[in-house]
Ligand binder design. Structure first.
Ligand code: ADP
Ligand code: MG
Length: 243
């Protein structure tokens, strides 16, 4: 039976979809048969980040209309054999995703639901940026998930700029998690190549560490400050502030 995890964003643009996809890719690389349910029924953002836009024949909307079975709407990632995506493009009755996910539990080890099928999820992860204006939003998301019956709620602090943490301009991810009162599962650095459809090796490493934490194999999180220490780090921080 799959572990079903709901991914939520503290606020729009926090990186919920990005984290859902790259966390799923990291889990699949660890040998977990992983399904991402792309909750974006309007634009298929998850499909886009996976590089699978236009490669699907069906979506969950077709399954709901009786044109195919749920399994037929699932796509296998071409270069990550353990990774699968279920698009929900054009799905009107969002509640149908709960049944669809329940139908898939025997087929996967982990199912990551990007802001969809919450009823089917026993576990959730809130994704937040590390800035103080997101503290209240992350707290509210965590509380709402717990009030909705999801007891196990963790936190990924995304878009962390190590230089700003080093300078003390933003909270460390650990401080952020303790203020928000959610267990810290992962720290993902700011990576300006992500919006371009790429990923830096260090960011991929941060997702690998997060995947291990999600599986309960490790509690280590990515150290964002490391590249900003020393002379090279000083130059990097100055460049970052002035350019
Ligand atoms: N760690 C990161 N560093 C830099 N940009 C990021 C990072 N994570 C996500 N982004 C970018 O932020 C934007 C919003 O991300 P997205 O995953 O769509 O957020 P959400 O699903 O929470 O609305 C996208 O352009 C994405 O590429
Ligand atoms: Mg999204």
């Amino acid at each position: 039976m799959a572990e079903i995890i709901y991914i939520d964003g503290a606020r729009g643009g926090a990186g919920a979809t990005t984290c859902a996809v790259y966390l799923a890719l990291a889990l699949s690389a660890l040998g977990e048969r992983t399904l991402v349910v792309d909750g974006d029924s309007e634009c298929a953002a998850g499909l886009e980040i996976c590089g699978l836009r236009g490669m699907n024949v069906y979506t969950l909307a077709d399954a709901e209309a009786g044109a195919c079975r749920v399994k037929q709407a699932v796509l296998q990632h071409p270069s990550s054999p353990n990774m699968y995506v279920l698009p929900t493009l054009s799905l009107k009755n969002i509640a149908y995703a709960d049944n669809a996910v329940a139908e898939c539990t025997k087929l996967f080890d982990v199912i990551i639901c990007d802001r969809i099928a919450r009823e089917a999820c026993k576990r959730a992860v809130v994704v937040s940026d590390p800035y103080s204006h997101s503290i209240a939003a992350a707290q509210i998301r965590g509380a709402k998930l717990k009030d909705g019956g999801t007891e196990n709620v963790g936190l990924i602090v995304n878009k962390v700029n190590g230089g700003l943490v080093f300078d003390g301009a933003v909270l460390t991810p650990q401080e952020f998690a303790s203020v928000v009162r959610l267990p810290l599962l992962g720290v993902i650095p700011e990576d300006l190549t992500l919006p371009l459809g790429k990923i830096r090796p260090s960011t991929a490493r941060a997702f690998d560490m997060t995947a291990s934490a999600v599986l309960g194999r490790s509690k280590k999180t990515y150290a964002t400050v490391k590249p900003y220490v020393g002379v090279a780090g000083y130059l990097k921080r100055k460049l970052r502030t002035h350019v």
